[in-house]
Design a binder for this molecule. Structure first.
Ligand SMILES: [Fe+2]
Length: 438
C-alpha cells in the first residue's frame, strides 16, 4: 500500500524539501551577515580588506541586521505554515485513499464498484465529467460508466483501442494530463460531437494490473477552469491501481456466481429428470422456506444460503437409482449422500449441514444423526417444514395430496414432535393460497 502510494508521497516530500531548503538558505544568509558584522567590529585590525564597509554607520548596519532578522522570522513562519498545510493535505489524502481502498476492496458487485470508482475520481479531482472504459472481448474500449452531459448516449458504445487519448492510454499504459486538449493531436473530437460536451482539460489514467491493462479512467474539465495538477495525477494513478485490482476481483466473483447459478440449475434439472415424481419439488420448497426466512428477518446472505440449501436438499437422490428412491432403506440414505456430494464444493460447503439434517425431527427421532430441538440447524428445521408441506399438498407427489388447510393442520399437529413449533406457527400464519405452486 505504502509502496504503491510512493508517487503521491514523493511529490509531497519534494515540495516540503524545497520549502525547508529555502528556509535554511534565508537563515544561513542572516547568520552569515551577523557574523560578518561581529567580525568587522571585533577584529578591526584584521579586517582592513573590508575597509569599504567602515563608511557605513554602525546604526545603519544594526538596523539592516534587525530588518533582515524580522524578514527571516516572517518568511520562516510563512514557510513553516505552508509545510504544515502540505503535510495536512497529504495526510488527508492518504486517509481518504485508505478509506477508498477499503471500500473498493469490499465491493463485490462489478457495476456498483465502477460507479464508486467514478464518484471518487470525480470528487477527488473536482472534474465536470468523466468516464470509465473497459477493454471488451474485441479489444475495443467500451464506455461502462459515463458522467456529464448526455452521458447516456455513450454508455455501452465502444471506441477503437489506440484511437483518441483514451485509446492511446489503453495501448501505451501511461497517464496523459493536458491543460488544453485541442493542442494535442491524439484528441478525438468525435465523442464531444456525440454528447455536445466541450472537453478542455483532461486527465486520463490506465487501469492496469501486473497481468495487463483492463481499461482507462478519463476525467474531463477540472472545475473553475483550473488545470489538472501533478498531485491530481498521482492520486488518480494510485486510485486506478486499486480500482483495476478490484475490477479483476469482482469479475472473478461474478464468474463464480455465474458458475454457481448454472451448476445449481443443472443439478435441479437432473433431479427433476431423475425422479419425475419430485419434479418442481425443490423450487417449491425454496419458495416455502423463504416465507419463514422473511418472517425471521434473515439477512440477505442467510436467505441466499437457505435458498440454495432448499433447492439442493434432495440432491442425494441423484446417486440413488430412481426405481429404488422410495424404498425405505434407500430413501433414508439421501441426506447423507447429498451432504457428501455438496460438501467438497467450496461455494456449497456452508449449506451441506442443512442438507444433511433436513430429515431430523424436533423430538430427536429423525435421521441421520437423531439431533434434537435446536441442535438441528435452523435452516434444516425450516426445510423440513417446507418439504413436508409440499409433499402433502402437491398433486405430483407420490402420496395422495391433501388440501391446503389440511396440510396446515397436519403441520400444527406435528409441531413440537416432528417440527419446530415456533417455525410451524410462523409458516401457517404467513402462508396463503397465493404462495402455493402446483
Ligand atoms: Fe428429503
Amino acid at each position: 500500500m505504502f509502496e504503491e502510494s510512493s508517487t503521491t508521497k514523493n511529490s509531497a516530500i519534494i515540495e516540503i524539501r524545497k520549502k525547508i531548503n529555502l528556509t535554511i538558505s534565508i537563515v544561513t544568509f542572516v547568520i552569515l551577515t551577523l557574523f560578518g558584522i561581529i567580525f568587522i567590529f571585533s577584529y578591526k585590525p584584521l579586517s582592513s580588506f573590508l575597509s569599504l564597509l567602515y563608511n557605513i554607520s554602525f546604526t545603519y548596519i544594526i538596523s539592516m541586521t534587525f530588518l533582515l532578522g524580522l524578514i527571516c522570522l516572517y518568511l520562516s513562519i510563512r514557510i513553516s505554515r505552508h509545510v504544515l498545510r502540505i503535510i495536512e493535505d497529504y495526510s488527508n489524502r492518504l486517509e481518504r485513499i485508505l478509506n477508498i481502498t477499503r471500500d473498493l476492496r469490499e465491493e463485490v458487485y462489478g457495476d456498483i464498484l465502477l460507479e464508486k470508482i467514478m464518484d471518487y475520481a470525480l470528487s477527488i479531482t473536482w472534474s465536470e465529467a468523466g468516464s470509465i472504459l473497459l477493454i471488451d472481448e474485441n479489444n475495443n474500449l467500451t464506455f461502462k460508466i459515463v458522467r456529464g452531459e448526455s452521458a447516456s448516449k455513450l454508455v455501452g458504445t465502444s471506441v477503437e483501442n489506440g484511437k483518441g487519448i483514451t485509446g492511446w492510454v489503453a495501448q501505451n499504459g501511461f497517464p496523459v494530463r493536458l491543460e488544453d486538449v485541442s493542442k494535442d493531436e491524439r484528441f478525438n473530437p468525435e465523442i464531444d460531437a456525440i454528447t455536445g460536451f466541450r472537453t478542455k482539460s483532461i486527465l486520463c489514467v490506465p487501469l492496469k494490473t501486473q497481468s495487463g491493462i483492463v481499461g482507462v479512467i478519463e476525467l474531463l474539465n477540472k472545475k473553475d477552469g483550473y488545470a489538472y495538477r501533478e498531485r491530481d495525477e498521482d492520486i488518480i494513478v494510485y486510485l486506478a491501481e486499486q480500482a483495476a485490482l478490484s475490477i479483476i476481483k469482482t469479475k472473478f466473483y461474478e464468474d463464480q456466481k455465474n458458475y454457481e447459478i448454472h451448476l445449481t440449475e443443472m443439478l435441479l434439472e437432473a433431479i427433476d429428470f431423475h425422479i419425475s415424481e419430485k419434479r418442481g419439488h425443490s423450487r417449491r420448497v425454496a419458495r416455502y422456506s423463504n416465507i419463514i426466512a422473511r418472517f425471521l428477518n434473515m439477512s440477505e446472505e442467510e436467505k441466499k444460503r437457505l435458498y440454495f440449501a432448499s433447492l439442493l436438499h434432495d440432491v442425494g437422490f441423484l446417486k440413488i437409482k430412481s426405481d429404488d428412491a422410495f424404498k425405505r432403506e434407500e430413501f433414508l440414505k439421501h441426506p447423507v449422500v447429498g451432504y457428501e456430494m455438496i460438501k467438497p464444493i467450496n461455494f456449497y460447503a456452508e449449506i451441506a449441514p442443512f442438507i444433511l439434517h433436513h430429515h431430523e425431527r424436533y423430538d430427536g427421532f429423525g435421521y441421520p444423526a437423531k439431533l434434537k430441538g435446536e441442535e438441528i440447524p435452523l435452516e434444516a428445521r425450516i426445510i423440513a417444514i417446507a418439504e413436508a408441506f409440499d409433499a402433502m399438498i402437491n398433486t405430483s407427489s407420490y402420496k395422495v395430496p391433501v388440501s391446503f388447510e389440511e396440510a396446515k393442520a397436519e403441520l400444527k399437529r406435528n409441531a413440537g414432535t416432528q417440527f419446530d413449533p415456533e417455525l410451524v406457527e410462523m409458516f401457517v400464519d404467513n402462508i396463503s393460497q397465493e404462495h402455493v405452486i402446483k
